[in-house]
Design a binder for this molecule. Structure first.
Ligand code: PLP
Length: 357
C-alpha cells in the first residue's frame, strides 16, 4: 500500500531492507544492533556515524551541538522552557500557527513568563503571520515557532526576524525535507517518526551557549548540558532508533543526492496534489492559504462528511491508506514526507480525479 500516515510514517525502502538484512547480526560484529552495549566500540561507531551524517547533511556549524534524546517532541515542549526560561525574569514568545504550537505553549506557561506573539485562531490556523503582525518582546528568552504544523498543513517558507533573541523551532514534521540555515537558530528539535526514523529518538540541535543557564538542581535527564557533555550517553540512548536514523541520513546522502534534491522532489510531489485541489472547482477545499501551504501535509475537505467517509473508504480499498485528517480537525490529510515515492502521490492524484468524476 501507499501509506499517507502523518507519523509514525513511511520509511525509505532501502533503509528497511538494510535493517532487515542486519537485524539478527551486524556484519563483522555478529550481534544485533539491539544487543550491543552503548559503551562498546561497534555501537559507538554507529552513534558517531549517525551524528556525523546529520552534521554533514544539515551543515551544522561548530557553535551547535547535536543531541539524541527520548520523550518525543512533547518532552521538548517542557525541556526548552525548563532550560532557557525557568529561573529567569525573561519572557518567552510563542508564535501559534496550529495545534502543536499551542501544546508547546501549554507546557511553557508552567515554567515561566510567556507571551503569545501571534495566534492564528481567528482564521482557524489556515495561514502564517506577516513579520509586522508579530508582537515580539524585546530581549525575550527565546521565540518559539512551529516550522510545519502537521495537523493544519501550514509551513513557514522563511524564518521570522527576531533580532538577537534565540529562535527555537519545532521541525518535527519537516526535518531533513529541505536545507535549513542552522546558524539562524538557537535550538531546533524534531521527533524522528516522520522524516528521520522510527518513534523513540528525538533530535535536538542547540547552540552551545544556551546550555549554560539551566540549574543543576533540575532532574538530570531534563538538563541539555548533561546530554551534551556525555555525547548523548548520559543514560542509555535509543540505540536502534539512532542506527535507523543513521541509515535514513545515508539514504538521503547517497541515494537521494542531499537536501536540495529532496526539497525539489518534495515540492514537485506537493504541487501534484495542490493542483488537483486548485483545479477541482471547489470539490476539494484546501485548508491552508496557497502561500502558506505545507509541502509535507496536504490537508483538505470535501463538501460534506458523508463524501469524506466514502473518499477515505474507497481510497483504502485501492491501497491508499491512513488518509484521514487528525481527529481534532477531520477531513483528509495526505502526509507526503521524504520517503513517500512520487508514484504514491501520482496514484493519489489519479484517485482524486476519478473520485470527483
Ligand atoms: N510537534 C509536531 C509538529 C508534531 O507533528 C508532533 C507529532 O505529531 C509533535 C510535536 C509531538 O511529537 P511526539 O509525539 O514525538 O511527542
Amino acid at each position: 500500500v501507499f501509506n499517507f500516515s502523518a507519523g509514525p510514517a513511511v520509511m525509505p525502502l532501502p533503509v528497511l531492507e538494510e535493517a532487515q538484512r542486519n537485524l539478527v547480526a551486524l556484519p563483522g560484529v555478529g550481534s544485533s544492533v539491539m544487543e550491543l552495549s552503548h559503551r562498546g566500540k561497534p555501537y559507538m561507531a554507529i552513534h558517531a556515524d549517525a551524528k556525523a551524517r546529520l552534521v554533514s547533511l544539515l551543515n551544522i556549524p561548530d557553535t551547535h551541538d547535536v543531541l539524541f534524546l527520548q520523550g518525543g517532541s512533547r518532552l521538548q515542549f517542557s525541556m526548552i522552557p525548563i532550560n532557557l526560561l525557568k529561573g529567569t525574569e525573561k519572557t518567552a514568545d510563542y508564535i501559534l500557527t496550529g495545534s502543536w504550537g499551542k501544546k508547546a505553549l501549554e507546557e511553557a506557561v508552567k515554567e515561566g513568563k510567556t507571551n503569545v506573539a501571534w495566534d492564528g485562531k481567528p482564521t482557524n490556523y489556515n495561514c502564517l503571520p506577516k513579520q509586522a503582525d508579530l508582537k515580539l518582546t524585546p530581549d525575550a528568552a527565546y521565540v518559539h515557532m512551529t516550522s510545519n504544523e502537521t495537523i493544519q498543513g501550514v509551513q513557514f517558507q522563511a524564518e521570522p526576524e527576531v533580532g538577537n533573541v534565540p529562535l527555537v523551532s519545532d521541525l518535527s514534521s519537516d526535518f531533513m525535507s529541505r536545507p535549513v540555515d542552522i546558524s539562524k537558530y538557537g535550538l531546533i528539535y524534531a521527533c524522528a517518526q516522520k522524516n528521520a526514523g522510527p518513534a523513540g529518538v528525538t533530535v535536538v540541535i542547540i547552540r552551545k551557549d544556551l546550555m549554560e543557564h539551566a540549574s543543576s538542581d533540575l532532574p538530570g535527564y531534563l538538563v541539555y548540558r548533561n546530554h551534551a557533555e556525555n555525547d548523548s550517553m548520559w543514560n542509555t540512548p535509543p540505540t536502534f532508533g539512532i542506527y535507523l536514523l543513521g541509515l535514513v541520513c545515508k539514504w538521503l546522502q547517497e541515494d537521494m543526492g542531499g537536501l536540495e534534491k529532496i526539497q525539489k522532489q518534495n515540492e514537485a510531489k506537493a504541487k501534484i496534489l495542490y493542483d488537483v485541489i486548485d483545479e477541482s472547482n471547489g470539490f476539494y477545499i484546501g485548508h491552508a492559504l496557497p502561500e502558506d501551504r505545507s509541502m509535507m501535509n496536504v490537508t483538505f475537505k470535501l463538501g460534506d462528511e458523508e463524501s469524506e467517509k466514502r473518499f477515505l473508504a474507497e481510497a483504502n480499498e485501492v491501497g491508499l491508506t491512513q488518509l484521514g485528517g487528525h481527529r481534532s480537525v477531520g477531513g483528509v490529510r495526505a502526509s507526503i514526507y521524504n520517503a513517500m515515492p512520487v508514484e504514491g502521490v501520482e496514484k493519489l492524484r489519479d484517485f482524486m480525479l476519478k473520485f470527483k468524476k
